[in-house]
Structure formats: C-alpha cells, structure tokens
Design a protein around this ligand. Sequence first.
Ligand SMILES: Nc1ncnc2c1ncn2[C@@H]1O[C@H](COP(=O)(O)OP(=O)(O)O)[C@@H](O)[C@H]1O
Ligand SMILES: [Mg+2]
Length: 261
Amino acid sequence: MNGKELVRITDVTKVFKKTGFFRGSSSVLALDNISLSVKKGEILGIIGESGSGKTTLAKLILGLLKPTSGSISFADVRNHEHESRKPAVQVIFQDPYDSLSHMMTIGEIVAEPCFIKYGRSYVPEKVRQALESVGLIPVDEYLHKYPHTLSGGQRQRVAIARAIVTQPDMIIADEPISMLDCSIGVDILNLILEMNEKSGITFLFITHDIAAATYICNNIAVMKAGKIVEYGPKKQIISQCSHEYTDSLLASARGEVIKNY
Ligand SMILES: Nc1ncnc2c1ncn2[C@@H]1O[C@H](COP(=O)(O)OP(=O)(O)O)[C@@H](O)[C@H]1O
Ligand SMILES: [Mg+2]
C-alpha cells in the first residue's frame, strides 16, 4: 500500500441476491469490479445518480457488508503513543431525522460513542468540545434538548459532533446535505471543510450533487451502474471530463454551481 493511502479498494464486486416467493430468485450487481484508493487527509467525492452503488460502497468500507469478491484494506495509522492501529471510521447519514435517537438528549447522543474510548470522567468535556466545534453554542442550551426540537441543519450538526467526538481518522458522509435547505447545506459543507483542514480528518463525501462535490472535494470519482467511470482531481473532472455521463451531471448542475456557490 502506498504511504499516502488510507483505504485501498481492489477489484471489489458486490452482488445482492434476492429471493421472492412468487418471482423466484434474482440478483443485482451493485458494484462491478471497483478499484479506488482514499488518500490520507483528502476529501474524496463519490458522485453518481441514485442506485449507482454509492451507499453499498460506503457500507463495504464500514464493514457492514462483505464484498462478493475483491478486497478492502486499511493502512495502519499511529496514535499519540506511536502505536500502530487500524484507522477509525465514522459515518454521517443522509437523514438527520432518522439517524438520531428520539429518546436521547443531544448530550447523551454525542456521549454514547466515547465512553469506551475515554472513560466516564472525560466524557462531559469531550462532548462539550465536539458540540462547540460544530457550532452548537452556547453548549448548555443544547445538551439537554431532544433532536425533535432542533432544525434539520442543527440535527445534522449533532450527527457530525457524534462522528467527530472520538477523533476518527476518516468520516464517510453519505449524502449529508441532500435533505437540507440550500443555504443550510452550504454551512454543513463549510463545516466539513473546517474539520478536514483543522483536524486532518479524511472524508469520503458521497453525493448526487456535483456542485457540492466540486465545492469541497480534492478528488472525485464518478459512479454509474456500479462502475467508476471517471476519477481524478476535481479540476480535471470539471474541465476535461471525458465521460459523457459526467458531462450530463455537470450540465444539469452548472446553473446551480453559479447560483449556490
Ligand atoms: N440490501 C440490498 N438488497 C438488494 N439490493 C440492494 C441492497 N442494497 C442496495 N441494493 C441495490 O444495489 C444498487 C445500488 O444501491 P445503492 O448502493 O443504495 O445506490 P446509491 O447509494 O448510489 O443510491 C441498487 O440497484 C439497489 O437497489
Ligand atoms: Mg445511497
């Protein structure tokens, strides 16, 4: 594995087998022989229309699904004590209404992932730091609230606080702004940029919105029907896209690029 790589995906194929009582069995080729690497410290954009395999790729990297064939490997990272370990990966989902427990307070939600890592006595301070860094201030105003009392943008900030509280090496953000109003979405994109620049967190940013990807990503991979049809630095993808599908994604977004960003 190259020194700058954090994750390497090699020849990965994922087939979902469906068996129905009336229709017999069928299979879906969700990922078709994909190879890709995620470099340390980058924001890598995965762009593609609905059903192109983006979430399946995210689930494979998270270990929630196993590839039908091919492999996913992680470079070791070093902690403060200079011990090598597998990189820690967190996730932010599309729907901030669904992804946060309605029964827990904001403080409890953000505290949950860090009990094991930090031990009880450190948790309140870590939770405060995380909420502050996503802009939910003054923190005391939010700690005891429940998610349903917050706006969509504030909930997505809570989801980001929960993802960063354990200081992961990488965050997979699966369509994190697609359910938010445009200006709120831009705030979340800026927050992702800030996390990347200040904390050096590597991001896999999944979207169907090429405008959002060109705003924050370093490199972009374009997916269509389970394949990566284009990959490169964002400037190259925008200026000299060689695939007609990328061109059509760009054409449909061009108005929005100018309008929104
Ligand atoms: N658990 C599953 N069982 C069967 N088919 C699935 C499953 N998850 C995804 N698929 C299929 O795999 C393809 C890719 O889906 P997905 O990765 O969710 O795409 P995207 O995130 O780009 O919208 C789609 O055809 C989808 O219907
Ligand atoms: Mg998806």
